[in-house]
Design a binder for this molecule. Structure first.
Ligand code: G3P
Ligand code: MG
Length: 244
């Protein structure tokens, strides 16, 4: 296997739950805790601007409700995505992928872009996010790792930007996942941490796939996974685990 260029510890949604997820403030807080690699969720606005948001709808993290993917970026960019978390972060906006690219590149941080399509827009989201990522990271030493639970999104990303590394996300070991990871030329699988054991670790190694796990917030669980030789640990607990 080729050397793995990404850090072991990856801050989930920027800084887990300590700051509003998927905002620049969260990335800054994760960085203040020593993190040099970040995961974030990316979807498309109605006018196809890639931006950071986990949910398909707006109500959990903004004052508005309804499908985020049906709004244009001009409207989404005005929303307060920080006040739901705490007063400290009131007014924090949802960032574009372009803004996050500029931030991580300026700081030489690694990024795992989870392609999180609005349901029904899987292929188009994979295609557009990969096109933007390819352009935004052109000439950069470390490409972003594109991951998704949705094979259609990864297939479209592969067609649009074949040289960007891909990872299949697994919340269950569904039938045929390993053939799909192979067909998509994935470099890694990112599994729910409870799925990872010596058997799965061995199967991935045999298939030439790196093994990453989400979301690892418990010290004993992190030790168990490190003992298995896991390549990446995605965590909310940036105040508990020091990457150094
Ligand atoms: O990318 C790993 C992890 O973020 C997947 O789950 O729901 O937190 O996006 P979720
Ligand atoms: Mg995610």
């Amino acid at each position: 296997m080729t050397p793995w260029p990404y850090p072991l510890w990856i801050a989930h949604r920027g800084a887990g739950k300590l700051a509003p997820e998927n905002t620049l403030a969260a990335f800054r807080l994760g960085a203040a805790h020593g993190y040099r690699a970040f995961e974030c969720d990316v979807k498309l606005s109605a006018d196809e601007v890639p931006f950071l948001l986990h949910d398909a709808t707006l109500e959990r993290t903004t004052p508005q409700s309804g499908s985020a993917g049906e709004r244009r970026w001009e409207a989404l960019s005005q929303l307060d995505a920080g006040a739901w978390h705490s007063r400290t972060y009131a007014g924090e906006p949802m960032p574009t992928l372009a803004a996050i690219a500029a931030y991580v590149q300026h700081n030489r941080f690694a990024l795992n872009i989870e392609i999180k399509p609005t349901p029904g827009h899987e292929a188009r989201t994979g295609e557009v996010v990969a096109q933007h990522a390819q352009r935004l990271w052109a000439g950069q030493p470390l490409p972003p790792l594109l991951s998704s639970f949705r094979p259609e999104a990864l297939a479209a990303a592969q067609a649009a930007a074949p040289e960007l590394p891909r990872a299949l996300l697994l919340d269950t070991l569904w039938d045929g996942w390993s053939g799909v990871a192979r067909a998509l030329s994935c470099v890694a699988v990112v599994s729910k941490h409870t799925l990872m054991d010596a058997a799965l670790r061995g199967q991935l190694r045999e298939a030439g796939l790196r093994a990453l796990c989400y979301t690892v917030n418990d010290v004993a669980e992190a030790e168990r996974l490190k003992a298995l030789g896991i390549d990446g640990l995605i965590t909310d607990a940036v105040d508990r685990f020091s990457p150094a």
